[in-house]
Write a protein that binds this ligand. Structure first.
Ligand SMILES: NC(=O)c1ccc[n+]([C@@H]2O[C@H](COP(=O)([O-])OP(=O)(O)OC[C@H]3O[C@@H](n4cnc5c(N)ncnc54)[C@H](OP(=O)(O)O)[C@@H]3O)[C@@H](O)[C@H]2O)c1
Length: 751
């Protein structure tokens, strides 16, 4: 036993740097009064029994707090452990050697409390390397890094006819100005209903009108009344692409916004059925199919999102030509297959996501750009946005004598305000800085303030630009607003604004430059047109249009390309909305995004989907949840990674269970010495992290030396060992072995 008034204070850390920091934090703790009113014996007891014994250790024999302070200061100034003598020399030396010490015997029957002390200080330079091997494997830090192509495409590939043809009760909505009814009349099973625009929905009801939400509510009431199983939405069945912007306006109101109203009405009524969106040649089945009614393809993007927001309605999009056999169309309407089917005569095509590994990326490469003309004029819509400015800078660096026109609603403030705004920092300062940089390169940079979704205003601006600069040599169409909320809560005006900035604007730009076509048009589309998330119905619809229009215009005088971006990692709207992390895809660094644009413009491709699949990520299974086929190569790699992930999880579980079970620790602190089995196993989980052979069941996790990094691992072990869902937030609330065990028992009993 220690002589009265003498105590052994111990400290250890995994690295020398951590140990030094720990000594410093004890000194600060003392200086800040952290130990006022605390018994030195309890402090030393806590350091002995409630702290892991790491490789680098110090032990001080102390008689009071002043003595402790001197000892700690001595450690810092001398940089070494002082020689200990007296009766505490033996346990001190044993501790320093790493030999076991019987702390209980040392306490000689006196009972001590666990008290709050400074936390362990991680050495940031080496903390990860110091983790035990099992942690590293569990946390998958050691997985080899595999590289996969950044560039992909969506092809239309043949697929066999659907196998089973079920039965159903069908209601079809048609526009009598199109041939939809003629086709459907023979294709639909008997006992089907057809409602035409303009017809009364119910015998005495108002005529069915596509721009009336109430009309669709009545349709949905009819659906319920007649127990409809398949609702065919065939309003978008025009034969030819829209000839002018007025027709685009009319069609988007009738076809896309009609579908929007219908979707809302179906959700509001809690309907459960198959929704078949039937269009006529909306998809450019072949590249360069200028007869494709591209604007109606926006409905495909909408449907892809709707089904994710409201899975009770299963959506299939059937795009036909009039050569489709009626039996095939009937089979398609009734089949249990969803997603897009493109039927051209006897042919049946579906979307398949493929790699485009042959595109070579050279991020940051200098050199001439064959697609930029000396002295050329380039229009960038969304030009004052993050990606627009990055592209402007990239073009100007490669070909400084060009003019870039940056078009956006907000534009730039008058020049005489620039200095003041620059001094104030903020987003406007960033834009001004880039424009100044462009000018210093010798580039003419103009910002114009125009709403691209306002067709008239855009037309006037483009006409004026052409008068002032002559031909527009290239267009980057990057104007865009992100989607905002699910269809259920979306207002039509907001929906419309998202669609217009992309769809209507792209149409107007193509119209206005038809006589004097630019060398290229690059549409900034999105991953959302292929793999959208809920809340993106408008955004996906607009981007799907951009992809399809680029495909339809392939091979023409202008190189039109759609770039489907996954989230950009460093700049842009994904950063603004905090969605720039890795998901199914790895977020793209700016240099790689610009390299994809460069490679795309050098190629003759009509589309590049830009984003590396994040095979090793935990969301990879989502890639299979879309009604888009995966190429055999991608499918096999997904399969391999999902298998590996499952195996890793199973192995980690097994290992954690065995490791926890092998930990020897005595629960402590309860006068009657009674501890439940769960308290014992929870103590084992904590001891595994801290290395103690005794843990007070009432000791606070942080007083035991825990921190939030450790909490994640400890909570995981508790969850895995006990087979319950227990996470770091639970641990941070429970904090003691007794509380954690109580919670775990509760979870086991009540789930
Ligand atoms: N960043 C990404 O991760 C990502 C991923 C996929 C796709 N994209 C696409 O890439 C494009 C650029 O995105 P970003 O990240 O650079 O976004 P951003 O920083 O928000 O820039 C978007 C730009 O579009 C302009 N804009 C919006 N509506 C407009 C309208 N009606 N008329 C004219 N300009 C309009 C905005 O300026 P005003 O508000 O002043 O008009 C802004 O300059 C967008 O089309 C987006 O959909 C981006």
């Amino acid at each position: 036993p220690a002589p009265p008034g003498e105590y052994l204070f111990t400290l250890s850390a995994a690295t020398l740097r951590s140990l030094t920091e720990l000594v410093r934090s004890y000194l600060r703790f003392l200086d800040n009064g952290g130990l006022e009113g605390v018994d030195l014996a309890d402090v030393c007891h806590t350091t002995q029994v409630s702290r892991s014994a790491h490789r680098y250790r110090v032990a001080l024999v102390v008689t009071g707090f002043d003595d402790l302070r001197r000892g700690l200061e001595g450690l810092l100034s001398d940089g070494q452990q002082p020689i200990t003598d007296g009766s505490l020399a033996e346990p001190a030396n044993a501790y320093l050697r790493g030999a076991p010490v019987d702390w209980r015997a040392l306490a000689a029957g006196r009972s001590h409390r666990i008290v709050r002390l400074p936390r362990y200080v991680f050495d940031e330079t080496t903390a990860w390397l110091e983790f035990p091997q099992t942690w590293r494997q569990t946390m998958s830090l050691e997985r080899a890094i595999e590289r996969h192509p950044v560039t992909h495409d969506v092809e239309l590939a043949p697929m066999p006819a659907p196998e089973t043809t079920g039965a159903g009760t069908v209601l079809a909505l048609v526009d009598p100005a199109t041939e939809a009814e003629t086709l459907l009349a023979s294709a639909l099973p008997e006992n089907s209903w057809i409602v035409r625009l303009g017809d009364p929905v119910a015998p005495s009801g108002n005529p069915f009108s596509a721009d009336s939400a109430a009309s669709f509510e009545r349709i949905v009431a009819l659906v319920e009344e007649r127990a409809i199983t398949h609702l065919v939405y065939a309003l978008a069945f025009e034969e030819k692409p829209a000839a002018d912007i007025e027709e685009i306006e009319r069609r988007s109101t009738k076809n896309l916004y009609g579908l929007f109203h219908l979707a809302k009405a179906l959700m509001a009524a809690g309907a459960k059925l198959d929704l078949v969106v039937l269009t006529r040649s909306a998809i450019s089945a072949e590249e360069g199919d200028t007869s494709a009614v591209t604007e109606n393809a926006a409905l495909v993007g909408f449907g892809k999102v709707f089904v994710r927001e409201y899975p009770y309605v299963k959506v299939k999009h059937v795009d036909v030509d009039l050569a489709v056999p009626v039996a095939a169309l009937r089979a398609e309407i009734l089949a249990d297959q969803y997603g897009l089917s493109v039927l051209r005569g006897e042919r049946r095509l579906r979307e398949v996501f493929v790699e485009v590994p042959e595109i070579e990326l050279a991020p940051g490469a200098d050199g001439p750009r064959p697609y930029l003309r000396p002295g050329g004029t380039y229009l960038i819509t969304g030009g004052t946005g993050a990606l627009g400015l990055a592209v402007a800078r990239d073009f100007a660096t490669a070909q400084p004598d060009i003019t870039v026109v940056l078009l956006s609603r907000s534009g730039l403030p008058p020049r005489d305000e620039w200095d003041e705004l620059l001094a104030a920092a903020g987003p406007m300062a960033g834009r001004i800085r880039v424009v100044r940089e462009l000018e210093s390169l010798g580039t003419t940079a103009r910002a114009i303030s125009v709403d691209a979704g306002d067709s008239k205003a855009l037309a006037e601006a483009v006409t004026q630009l052409r008068q002032e600069h002559g031909r527009i040599d290239g267009i980057v169409h990057a104007a865009g607003l992100p989607g905002g909320s699910t269809v259920m809560f979306r207002q039509l005006d907001d929906f419309d604004a998202v669609v217009r900035a992309k769809l209507h604007a792209a149409f107007v730009l193509a119209e206005l430059t038809r006589d004097d076509p630019p060398d290229f048009v690059a549409h900034f589309s999105s991953v959302a047109s292929v793999f959208p998330a809920p809340g993106q119905a408008d955004y996906a619809a607009a981007n799907y249009y951009l992809d399809n229009v680029a495909r339809a215009q392939a091979g023409g005088g202008t190189h039109v390309i759609a770039l489907d971006w996954v989230a950009w990692k460093e700049i842009g709207m994904a950063v603004d909305f905090g969605t720039n992390g890795d998901t199914m895809f790895k977020a793209i660094p700016t240099a790689v995004g610009l390299a994809v644009l460069d490679a795309g413009l050098r190629s003759r491709r009509s589309r590049l989907f830009a984003g590396e699949i994040n095979y090793a990520g935990e969301l990879i299974h989502l890639l299979r949840s879309y009604d888009v086929g995966l190429s055999p190569g991608i499918e096999a790699t997904v399969e391999r990674h999902m298998h590996a992930l499952a195996e890793r999880l199973a192995k980690a579980t097994e290992k954690i269970r065995a490791t926890v079970a092998a930990v020897v620790v005595e629960p402590d602190g309860r006068p009657d010495g009674n501890y439940s089995d769960t308290e014992r196993s929870v103590a084992q989980c904590l001891a595994l992290a801290f290395g103690y052979d005794r843990i007070d069941v009432e000791a606070d996790f942080f007083d035991l030396g825990g921190d939030s990094l450790m909490a994640a691992a400890v909570a995981n072990n508790i969850a895995v060992y006990h087979g319950v869902s227990y996470d770091v937030a639970d641990l941070l609330a429970d904090r003691t072995v007794a509380e954690i065990a109580y919670h775990v028992d509760d979870l086991r009993d009540f789930g």
